[in-house]
Write a protein that binds this ligand. Structure first.
Ligand SMILES: NC(=O)C1=CN([C@@H]2O[C@H](COP(=O)(O)OP(=O)(O)OC[C@H]3O[C@@H](n4cnc5c(N)ncnc54)[C@H](O)[C@@H]3O)[C@@H](O)[C@H]2O)C=CC1
Ligand SMILES: O=C(O)C(=O)COP(=O)(O)O
Length: 524
């Protein structure tokens, strides 16, 4: 039974695909309420409240995937998740509209002082002159971060007759022109805007982006809005610009610490606040929960996920095309790693023929994961394979060749070890399966599956018989056997597929046979 922990409040409707699956048990409890069973969960679903720290990941050794029902993953230690081989996915667009609408609600509330007026009337006052606002029409709106939410805010601002200026260092000119916004530098935006709203992720670059220095470049009387992440506008700097009257008003949905406690910002009359409500609509919550639930389900069924933070993303079409090679590559990695039982410095992969035109990132990661699996104690998979290879000083490279060299497609793997170099070539044949067609310099044809026994020997009459007899005497049945040689009477190999794995004693007996040079068990 697969166990999924849902540790933040999530829409039941969105979680329906998981709740309906009889092979899945969904536990809707906080991490602190299930401390004794953390090691039993396969998946963890969170919003922004649960902090997925390295410590939590360590306490959840069975965890395979973290699903963030929302956009920001700053509450998740993605690097640590990657190291532990845990996939992190999010729901990148399910709450875009809700957050853009909330930003607009905050903007209108800010310039018309609606929250303050509301409190006043509820306190039985009727003071119309105290709440004179300004129009949005004709004002200059500066949007910092022009992704999903920023661009939805821009559309609404234009409908309100605002002039929109955008700063986003990653925005392409073509996209900006298509949307018809004025793209400017940060300094230009700061100098022109009557209202500034931030819509970036919280990163090293954006933390404190609107701090002492940049706030000083804004117009006196500027309004500021943060419905993105606490800390993009530096809270301490903000306090001083409110105190000196430079900033006319601030709307905050997010805080450096949530909840903010008794923060000095909360005592300013012209600071309006909401408790991180951008995504809190029925629609957004159904959307994000549905997105992560469907993605987690796909992942658990071994299908590709499309919104992963730490894996290359794959469409269903691409996945279907690469699937066969993905499996072949994994098996080749496992075989090569066992054959090369020595330290390895480099792995070179050449994709030839039809496979060379495919998205090979995943195939390479699969091969690396297969190669590293017999060598590392921790979980290794497509998420962390490249990172672990790097940590272990194993370089890897990919080459592509349109020519399949007698095969419609092939993957050639060369492993450079401390003492020797090993090469193998595999191909996938439709309706036939995975075949290894070159092994260690020998042309051969075997399926990389099950309990394999590789023997390198001198090409002499009777060698196959000797091996066959010994295995037979020890009740080891040979399922298939392939042979190859470089030249008559020269070096030759046998690749046997056995019905059960060989024990050490039998390997030693085989090694002692005259004219046998190498005996290797390969378990795939
Ligand atoms: N208040 C709430 O409940 C919600 C908050 N959010 C937050 O809103 C923010 C934006 O979300 P989306 O628009 O969905 O993300 P997005 O990824 O679509 O857009 C972010 C944009 O920021 C830009 N950017 C990155 N670094 C920048 C920098 N140094 N300067 C200027 N621009 C930069 C990127 O190029 C990108 O265009 C995120 O921080 C997200 O976590 C999202 C949903 C709900
Ligand atoms: O999606 C995001 O980035 C959000 O900030 C929404 O957070 P929440 O899921 O409401 O805790």
């Amino acid at each position: 039974m697969v166990r999924i922990l849902v540790s933040d409040a999530m829409s039941e409707e969105g979680l329906a695909p998981l709740l309906a699956d009889p092979t899945i048990e969904v536990v809707q409890k906080k991490v602190t309420e299930v401390e004794n069973e953390l090691d039993t969960f396969d998946a963890l679903l969170v919003r922004s409240a649960t902090k997925v720290t390295e410590q939590l990941l360590q306490n959840m050794p069975n965890l395979k995937i973290v699903g963030r029902a929302g956009v920001g993953v700053d509450n998740i230690d993605v690097d640590a998740a990657t190291r532990y081989g845990v996939v992190v996915i999010n729901a990148p667009n399910g709450n875009t509209i809700s957050t853009a609408e909330h930003t607009f609600a905050m903007m209108a509330s800010l310039v018309r002082r609606i929250p303050q007026a509301h409190i006043s009337v509820k306190s039985r006052e009727w003071n119309r002159s105290a709440f004179v606002g300004v129009e949005l029409f004709g004002k200059h709106l500066g949007i910092i971060g022009f992704g999903r939410i920023g661009s939805e805010v821009a559309k609404r601002a234009r409908a309100f007759g605002m002039h929109v200026h955008v700063y986003d260092p990653f925005l392409t000119k073509a996209r900006a022109e298509k949307i018809g916004v004025d793209v400017c530098t940060l300094d230009e935006l700061l100098a022109q805007a009557d209202i500034i709203t931030v819509h970036t992720p919280l990163t090293k670059e954006t933390k404190g982006l609107l701090g002492q220095k940049n706030l000083a470049k804004t117009k006196k009387g500027v309004y500021l809005i943060n419905c993105a992440r606490g800390g993009i506008i530096d809270e301490q700097a903000l306090v001083s610009f409110l105190e000196n009257g430079h900033v006319a008003g601030v709307a905050l949905d997010v805080f450096e610490q949530e909840p903010p406690g008794d923060h000095p910002l909360l005592s300013f009359d012209n600071v309006i606040v909401t408790p991180h409500l951008g995504a809190s609509t029925i629609e957004a919550q159904v959307n994000v929960a549905t997105q992560v639930a469907e993605e987690v389900l796909k992942f658990l069924q071994g299908k590709p996920v499309t919104s992963s933070i730490n894996l290359p993303t794959l469409s269903k079409d691409v996945y279907e095309k690469i699937q066969a090679f993905y499996t072949l590559a994994r098996k080749m990695g496992i075989v090569a790693s066992q054959y090369m039982s020595e330290p390895v410095q480099e792995i070179a992969i050449t994709y030839s023929g039809s496979v060379a035109d495919l998205e090979t990132t995943f195939i390479t990661r699969s091969l690396l994961a297969g190669f590293l699996k017999p060598r590392v104690a921790s979980t290794v998979n497509e998420v962390n394979a490249a990172m672990i290879a790097k940590e272990r000083g194993i370089a890897f490279s990919e080459k592509f060749s349109a020519n399949g060299n007698d095969y419609n497609n092939s993957i050639t793997l060369t492993v450079y070890g401390e003492n020797k170099t090993f090469t193998m070539k595999g191909t996938h044949i439709a309706h036939y399966g995975d075949r290894i067609v070159h092994f260690n310099g020998f042309a051969i044809d075997f399926a990389p599956e099950g309990h394999l026994l590789y023997i390198q020997h001198h090409d002499k009459p009777g060698m196959i018989g000797k091996v066959g007899n010994i295995l037979g005497d020890h009740q080891v049945n040979i399922a298939t056997m392939q042979v190859g040689r470089q030249e008559a009477g020269g070096k030759a190999i046998m690749m046997l597929s056995l019905d059960k794995p060989l024990d050490d004693a039998l390997v030693e007996i085989l090694e002692k046979i005259d004219d046998i040079d190498v005996v290797k068990r390969l378990e795939v």
